[in-house]
Design a protein around this ligand. Structure first.
Ligand code: KG4
Ligand code: ZN
Length: 350
């Protein structure tokens, strides 16, 4: 079957066509079109909701047209439309939702509502390199979310842990802002951190005397907290009049603290829950250091556990992941009528 996915929850207008077999879960991505507004929001140091909403309105139809044309598919062939219902910016979500209401009516197609975080989780089911054995633990790390969830063999999820304050991506973005490095912070901090690491190929651990805290690293639960780390960075920068000359070193230490927390909590939860697969997802999972370090930690500490990460194009916001999530919801055939479709900016995972 053919699924059209649409995603407009933040600052990416995205549409994708996938061909999927709901029985086997096999997914072929025929198109994955993303119109990113990063260049526009960069000059404000973050996403401006009104600007994002206007850009979505301008971009949504051309992006859907392009997704159909790249997939070489006529709209009549689409079996179902998958749309992000929330969570996200209400003004951004509304463009996707209103467009899907109209298309569903005009084309007479059923709608499946998708939770954005669930989209990130199911990005791992697009061409997985190893089988997903259950139970599985998924770490989702993005600009708005940091969650550990447990998934059973019927794809039901249960939240095991979440951030009590900032999300991991938010920690990157705020850290970059403090050092005037630009937006979004993740790719910039990770580039500086990489440069620093490359300049100390032998013994990176002995290369810096900067020490940043790892909040809640040893707490018994699987929750996260990043705001103390952000504040610690702020105080270190204030104390150090020469910090501008040490930006790569600061980025390295800051990223290392974030990654240590994420990996330690994930490994502990995986052991406790005796999972058979660990998956990583969300915008921060584009981070090469995190992808590799988590893989190594799993190899070392969790024998026989499979590890999955989505291909990089499915890590930051995209619509292929929204369409992919729909494949696994189709079993229950929970369709929404176009006149009942509404945004929910605070939609919870369940
Ligand atoms: O999933 P996403 O596109 O949007 C949300 O759902 O929030 O994630 C965006 C977040 C931003 O905070 C960005 O700084 C972070 O992902 N990010 C990265 C990298 N690329 C994007 N963080 C660390 N390393 C990266 N390479
Ligand atoms: Zn996202």
């Amino acid at each position: 079957m053919y699924i059209l996915g649409i995603e407009t929850s933040c600052d990416e207008t995205a549409a994708s066509i996938i061909k999927a077999d709901p029985k086997t879960g096999r997914i072929l991505v025929l198109s994955n079109v993303i119109s990113s507004q990063i260049e526009i929001h960069k000059k404000y140091g973050g996403v401006v909701p009104e600007v994002a909403a206007r850009e979505h309105v301008l971009n949504i139809l051309p992006v859907i047209d392009e997704a159909l044309s790249v997939a070489n598919l006529k709209s009549a062939k689409i079996d179902v439309i998958a749309i992000t219902k929330g969570p996200g910016l209400i003004t951004s979500l509304t463009t996707g939702i209103e467009t899907v209401r109209t298309l569903s009516f005009a084309w007479n197609k059923p709608i499946i509502e998708i939770n954005h975080v669930e989209g990130h989780i199911f990005s791992n089911f697009i061409n997985p390199e190893t089988p997903v054995n259950f139970p599985a633990l998924v770490l989702t790390v993005s600009g708005g979310h940091t969650n550990l969830v447990l998934m059973d063999k019927s794809y039901k999820i249960k939240i095991i842990g979440e951030t009590l304050d900032d999300a991991a991506g938010e920690a990157y973005d705020k850290g970059a802002k403090m050092m005037n490095l630009g937006y979004p912070g993740g790719p910039i901090i990770s580039k500086y951190a990489n440069d620093f690491k490359k300049s100390f190929p032998k013994n990176i651990d002995a290369s810096s005397d900067l020490s940043l805290p790892r909040p809640m690293l040893n707490s018994k639960d699987s929750n996260f907290s990043f705001s103390g780390l952000k504040t610690a960075l702020l105080y270190q920068l204030k104390k150090d009049s020469g910090w501008k000359k040490r930006v790569p070193e600061y980025c390295f230490a800051y990223q290392q603290a974030i990654i240590d927390i994420l990996i330690s909590k994930t490994i502990k939860a995986a052991k406790r829950l005796e999972v058979k697969t660990v998956m990583l997802s969300g915008g921060v999972s584009a981070n090469q250091e995190l992808r590799e370090s988590l893989g190594l930690a799993i190899k070392k500490d969790l024998t026989g556990v499979n590890y999955l990460v989505p291909a990089k194009e499915y890590t930051t916001d995209n619509a292929a992941m929204i369409a992919a999530a729909a494949v696994f919801k189709l079993k229950n055939k929970k369709f929404t009528d176009f006149d009942k479709l509404r945004v929910d900016p605070s939609l919870q995972l369940k």
